[in-house]
Every structure is written in structure tokens, then in C-alpha cells.
Design a protein around this ligand. Structure first.
Ligand code: PLP
Length: 301
């Protein structure tokens, strides 16, 4: 790996496994552990570093000095990318969905302060940008510029995600992860031992595309995974009092903060399925805390 990235990674904290001590889990004879990727770094937290790591390595190897990407006004991906670019001494440029708001979101304020150039584009133009998946695919891109698709969703992300799986020192039956593009899910599916089931929780409504998208990312086909589409709470970044109350009660019982876009929905869904006795008793489960807590600034949590 490029020395600048190794040096950055040395400053990271370990992603520990925290067992969730909760009467509801004992009542159903379920053991639940959280893989705390939220703790690895205060800013480049969760699946962001995992997804970006080998992509940045490639960018540095090909001599890029500018990282380009896209995202919404609360994007965890852009937040992590802007900060990483600043630390690595690379320029960053992002296309932001929708008109420039009169008051910038806390996420946009941060990323601008870290030197990211922001270009606001219409939703139609934004949708068009989504088709460019390769680092050099963006029309008009210069040799020194490196394109990273929305959410950091590209094949090199899988290698970084696989590392979180290999860090898990215990045997387990099921591993859960929230899904946006499904890239994190695909990385996990490709890395778990054969007997482990993988369950993704879709954060978006009408996310049926995930089945085909995840399949397309897998190097070897697998039958041991599934996406649950029932806990999107009305759509991406939608939440309601039930979800927010669940998150706040969870934080009170465990001391672990969640956010309502991804991790809150995954754990709400997992708890709901456990309550419905969807899983065999005696199972050990791991849920990946994919971070994203900076996004909480957009919600009254
Ligand atoms: C905190 C958090 N969790 C989960 C995801 C979903 O990841 P993926 O797009 O790889 O499915 C994202 C988006 O990248 C995220 O920011």
C-alpha cells in the first residue's frame, strides 16, 4: 500500500467487537455483537475507510492529484473523502445533488473547509453521473483526476470491506449490514466463511435493484445472502418517531449511538425479526456498525 495511506492507517483505532447485553436478546437466546467500525476514526469512520482505502491506493499509484466524486448534502462518503484528501495533500472536487442551499448543511460546511470544491448540479444531471463507474469514465476527465462513483461504490472497495470480516476473531452464524449501493454487503459476502449467512437491510425504498447489483459485484456466486426490504421507513433518509425512539432507547441501554439513515434501520429491523422469532435460538450474530454518525446533524435525534 502507498506509504501515505499506511501512515494514515496507523493513526486509526481498532474496530472492536462489542457484545450487546440486552434482556430482549437473552429472552430469545440470541447473542448479538456489534463490529465497531464507527470507532476506527473520528471522521473517516465506518465503511468509508474500508471502501476508499484501495481506491485511494490506486489513485496514488496512477499519479492522480485530484479526487472527484458525487453525493448528497449529508453524504458520509464525501465527508470522509474530503478529509482524507486534505490529509493526503490531494485536491478534492464533488458534484452535489440539487441546488446550492441558502444555508449549507454541517456536512457541506465541513467538506468545504477541508478544501473540497463543490459543484451543485440538477437531479437529472446527478442521475446521469451515476452511470460512470470507472475511475477514468467521467466525460472530459483529465489524466491527473480520479473519479470515484457515488458512495465509493467500486470493485476495489470489496477488498477493503473484506478486511473487516477477516478481523472477526469468533465463529458466528449471521452477519448483518445496512445497504445503500450494496457494495459493503458484496464485500462481506465474498469474505465470510461458507457456513455464515449474510443479511443486508436496504436503507432505500424500492431497492430491488440491490439483488442484481450485489450479484454483479460478487467474484464467486453465493447463495448465503439476502436483502431485507422491509425497514426503509418510507425511503432514503426518512425516519419517524418509532425509529428515533428505538435508537435513543438502544443508546441508553448500550451507550452506542446509531444514526437513522443506515445503522438505526438495520438494528431496528434485526430486533424486530428477533422479536418475531425469525431466527433459530442459540445463534450468534454480528452486526456491522458502519459509522455515519456525522449525518445525525441533519436529524433531531
Ligand atoms: C454509514 C453508512 N452505512 C452504510 C452505507 C451503505 O453502504 P453501501 O453503499 O456499500 O451499501 C453507507 C453508504 O455508503 C453509509 O454511509
Amino acid at each position: 500500500m502507498h506509504p501515505a495511506l499506511s501512515q494514515l492507517e496507523h493513526s486509526f483505532q481498532p474496530s472492536v467487537l462489542t457484545q450487546i447485553d440486552d434482556p430482549l436478546l437473552s429472552e430469545h437466546n440470541i447473542e448479538l455483537w456489534l463490529k465497531r467500525d464507527d470507532l476506527i476514526h473520528p471522521i473517516i469512520s465506518g465503511n468509508k475507510w474500508r471502501k476508499l482505502k484501495y481506491c485511494l491506493d490506486h489513485a496514488l499509484t496512477v499519479g492522480a492529484d485530484t479526487l472527484m466524486s458525487m453525493g448528497g448534502a449529508y453524504s458520509n462518503h464525501l465527508h470522509a473523502l474530503a478529509y482524507t484528501g486534505k490529509v493526503l495533500g490531494l485536491k478534492t472536487h464533488a458534484f452535489i445533488r440539487g441546488e446550492r442551499p441558502s444555508v449549507l448543511t454541517p456536512t457541506l460546511i465541513d467538506i468545504q473547509q477541508w478544501g473540497m470544491e463543490l459543484t451543485f448540479i440538477s437531479r437529472t444531471e446527478y442521475r446521469q453521473l451515476r452511470q460512470y463507474k470507472q475511475h477514468d469514465a467521467l466525460p472530459g476527465i483529465k489524466p491527473n483526476e480520479y473519479w470515484i462513483p457515488e458512495g465509493g461504490a467500486q470493485v476495489l472497495a470489496l477488498k477493503g470491506i473484506a478486511e473487516l470480516v477477516t478481523e472477526i476473531p469468533v465463529c458466528y452464524d449471521l452477519i448483518c449490514v445496512p445497504c445503500g449501493t450494496g457494495t459493503t454487503l458484496a464485500g462481506i459476502i465474498g469474505a465470510v466463511p461458507e457456513q455464515v449467512s449474510v443479511l443486508g437491510f436496504a436503507a432505500l425504498k424500492s431497492a430491488g435493484f440491490l439483488n442484481a447489483d450485489v450479484d454483479a459485484l460478487l467474484v464467486e456466486p453465493s447463495l448465503h445472502w439476502q436483502v431485507n426490504f422491509d425497514y426503509h421507513f418510507g425511503g432514503f433518509a426518512n425516519s419517524n418517531a418509532t425509529l428515533l425512539q428505538f435508537m435513543s432507547a438502544f443508546a441508553q441501554r448500550t451507550g452506542i449511538l446509531l444514526e437513522p439513515v443506515y445503522t438505526g434501520k438495520m438494528l431496528y429491523g434485526l430486533y424486530d425479526l428477533i422479536t418475531q422469532r425469525h431466527f433459530k435460538p442459540g445463534q450468534r450474530m454480528i452486526a456491522v456498525h458502519t459509522g455515519g454518525l456525522q449525518g445525525n446533524r441533519g436529524f433531531k435525534v
